[in-house]
Design a protein around this ligand. Structure first.
Ligand SMILES: Cc1ncc(COP(=O)(O)O)c(C=O)c1O
Length: 386
């Protein structure tokens, strides 16, 4: 591939820090760089507590566990997301209820209220995804969670470096998670971070992340845990990457604006929420989109639910660009449309299905230059005209 969606972009300091790790021989487990990585995330996001883990999926699992979610508990969740946001609900044998999105790709408030009102018992938690780095409507969501005593867990896996009213996404809820997977805005090759308001709960998660080992010389266990911690080598990469996070966000935003400049009159680019700053992790666009098509289900216009076909222009575009060694992808396929969740309850309005049909993720690597975006845009214009 000539252009990937979001390839790793090292800063230069990673190797220097890794060398220090090797010299100290604290290759694994844990060590000074994991501590420094956690500290840098706390400082950047202004969160009280941070726990470095080997994935954001692990962070969500631990958040649910220390939130007290148990078998048969109900957990509300954004439907328009990647499966890792919600798979941990299944690990705990709790029951997800999926909620569709609004015009921002994120949780629809009206549906959220309806889901809570009609719920057979109080939902224990809400897993809220900030999709593609875009902020969800935090004022309303915070208020609804607090009025209904629902623990808010923010899946900010894609939203490190995004803010709402100058507060980092991931720090509004009781817990927030960030991902450092290979395709994220910055990466440790694989890794995650749990941030949280309550020190005791984050420390409990730390305890679970290292096999719930009691604090004594031999291996004593009163509970069971997981092997979820990050190695010191990856902590070193994480620290170096945190140093360039802000630069990467500015570049991602620039790339988004270039696409908009070249393609804005042919494709639709959704605005970010007022008073927010999206990290624009992936530039996304919609084809043949009209806002009148939103909330179709409320107008009782039925579109298919499970086997949703991609818009023919999107399939063609993805194929055409692949021939040019350019990676693109459809938007996420909503959880309520996945066979694995066919028996789960969902509150839907048609929006995520529409976005799936008509949307495309564009190459957004931070090493790209304006000329690259111009070249890709010209190929897109050619493909959709044919
Ligand atoms: C929305 C969302 N949630 C969770 C994850 C899981 O992150 P990780 O791969 O670090 O487990 C990802 C990406 O991988 C994601 O995009």
């Amino acid at each position: 591939m000539r252009f990937f969606l979001s390839p790793p972009h090292m800063s230069g300091n990673e190797l220097k820090y890794i060398e220090e790790v090797f010299k100290s021989n604290y290759i694994a487990p844990l060590g000074e760089f994991v501590n420094r990585f956690e500290k840098s995330v706390k400082e950047y996001s202004k969160s009280e507590n941070a726990l470095a883990l080997n994935s954001a999926t692990a962070a969500l699992h631990l958040a649910l566990r220390v939130a007290g979610v148990e078998q048969n508990d109900i957990v509300l969740a954004s439907s328009f997301t990647f499966i890792a946001s919600v798979a941990p609900i299944c690990y705990l044998k709790a029951k997800p209820i999926f909620i569709d999105c609004d015009e921002t790709y994120n949780l629809d408030i009206t549906l959220l209220k309806r889901a809570i009102k009609e719920c057979e018992k109080r939902p224990k938690a809400l897993i809220l995804t900030h999709l593609y780095g875009n902020a969800a409507k935090m004022d309303e969501i915070m208020q609804i969670c607090s009025e209904n005593n629902i623990i808010l867990i923010e899946d900010a896996a894609e939203a490190l470096g995004s803010f709402y009213r100058e507060k980092a996404l991931g720090t509004f809820g009781e817990f927030g998670v960030y991902s450092y997977n290979g395709n994220k805005i910055i990466t440790t090759s694989g890794g995650g971070m749990l941030v949280g308001k309550n020190k005791e709960k984050v420390e409990k998660a730390r305890f679970y992340s290292t096999q719930a080992r009691e604090d004594c010389l031999h291996y004593e266990h009163l509970d069971y845990g997981y092997n979820y911690r990050l190695s010191n080598v990856l902590g070193a990469i994480g620290l170096a990457q945190m140093e360039v996070l802000e630069q990467r966000v500015l570049k991602k935003r620039e790339i988004y604006n270039w696409y908009k400049e070249f393609l804005g009159d042919k494709l639709t680019f959704l605005d970010e929420l007022k008073d927010s700053r999206s990290n624009r992790w992936l530039s996304t666009a919609l084809i043949d989109f009209d806002t009148k098509e939103l909330n179709l289900y409320e107008k009782n216009i039925n579109i298919s639910q499970k086997n949703i076909p991609l818009h023919p222009k999107i399939s063609k575009l993805i194929d055409d660009l692949k021939k040019e060694q350019i990676e693109t992808r459809p938007l996420w396929k909503a959880m309520h449309t996945q066979a694995v969740f066919k028996d789960c309850k969902a509150y839907i309005n048609g929006n995520s299905e529409l976005f799936f049909q008509k949307g495309i993720c564009l190459p957004s690597g931070t090493a790209m230059q304006k000329n690259d975006v111009k070249e890709i845009s010209e190929l897109i214009l050619k493909s959709i005209k044919e």
